[in-house]
Design a protein around this ligand. Structure first.
Ligand SMILES: Nc1ncnc2c1ncn2[C@@H]1O[C@H](COP(=O)(O)OP(=O)(O)OP(=O)(O)O)[C@@H](O)[C@H]1O
Length: 318
């Protein structure tokens, strides 16, 4: 984590695109804001955009703007997010969700420093720094042909890789104390000052949890613990109750309705893909360890499966 903070500091000083990778809730947006705040663009706008939330057919118009009459419903000229971020930073979250023609336009914007609004005949100059982020394995998306390789390299000039909370030995405890202090000091609650502490059991439970939702999940679990606990000492049971368990997506594979069009092979592929991805992530892409975790007798088997599912990544090691 320290290495990534150091990297962010250095990158901030150079006006290059940045790609922030990390699971959900690891602090990608917070890092993007920090890079912006430490850059020479600090007093210009920081515009966050969630690419995953834009309907595919509107992606170009949302980002680059459109002219009146460019499509049904375009009743006037509209500026896009690029224009809004002029002179500042555009934070493109979930960049992996952008449709391929928008990826082409974005690459052009990065290379030529100009964008063409939908329906316009001439490009306009823009001065915007792009910070992109994704929780997906973008390198695997490139290998599988879902994300443009040229755009990936262009964005990854400044690359920051945020570790999952469970990989940050010792930091969970620091964050627990930090958030608890914040909540005790008020943080918008009534009564304004509290003296909530964690029992040893509660603390040990929090330290042992794998935190798939990372820092966001830890923070909200603590908020619920503080609100729900009766006394000044938060008990193990209260913390357990405050932790909202989200069932992993693979759960329920045995309960899918059997109907016409049911595709057993697709379901098996979904499960395989899920566990392959998890094994690679958990072993920091060390294939021998991942093969062992998955119970493959030979590690070549894993290599074959990764290829089959387009999950090979430049980070893979023996
Ligand atoms: N180092 C940190 N210290 C304190 N709070 C943090 C830290 N990192 C992240 N957070 C908090 O955790 C929450 C999630 O952070 P953020 O939104 O930056 O994550 P993200 O990786 O962009 O998530 P997503 O991929 O879901 O958009 C925010 O409330 C943020 O303030």
């Amino acid at each position: 984590m320290r290495k990534q903070v150091d990297r962010a500091r250095r990158i901030a000083a150079f006006d290059v695109p940045v790609l922030v990778l990390g699971e959900t809730g690891t602090g990608k947006e917070l890092f993007a804001q920090a890079v912006h705040a430490a850059s020479k663009r600090a007093n210009r706008p920081f515009i966050p955009v969630n690419c995953g939330a834009i309907p595919r057919e509107l992606a170009n118009a949302e980002l680059f703007g459109h002219k009146r009459g460019a499509f049904t419903g375009a009743d006037r000229d509209r500026d896009g997010h690029f224009k809004a971020a002029e002179g500042g930073t555009l934070f493109l979250d979930e960049i992996g969700d952008l449709p391929s023609d928008t990826q082409v336009r974005l690459l052009r914007a990065l290379q030529e420093k100009e964008v063409t609004p939908v329906g316009a005949s001439k490009p306009v100059k823009v001065d915007v720094r792009i910070i992109a982020a994704t929780h997906r394995d973008l390198q695997a998306d490139v290998t599988a042909g879902r994300f443009r390789e040229d755009l990936f390299h262009r964005l990854a000039v400044g690359i920051i890789h945020l570790p999952a909370l469970r990989e940050r030995d010792g930091d969970i405890e620091l964050l627990i104390d930090h958030f608890l202090d914040q909540l005790n000091a008020g943080a918008g609650f009534e009564p304004e000052v509290q003296h909530k502490k964690l029992s040893l059991e509660a603390r040990n439970f929090l330290l042992a949890h794998p935190w798939p939702g990372n820092i966001r999940e830890l923070y909200h679990t603590l908020v619920r613990s503080v609100i729900w606990s009766d006394g000044d000492t938060i008990t193990g049971d209260e913390v357990r109750e405050a932790l909202l368990q989200v069932a992993p997506r693979s759960q329920g594979v045995l309960d899918r309705p059997l109907h016409k069009g049911f595709d057993l092979q697709a379901l098996l592929d979904e499960v395989s893909r899920h566990y392959l991805g998890r094994a690679m992530q958990q072993t920091s892409h060390r294939k021998k360890l991942a093969a062992e975790l998955l119970g493959f007798p030979h590690y070549q088997t894993l290599t074959n499966w990764l290829r089959r599912f387009g999950l090979e990544s430049a980070e893979d090691k023996e």
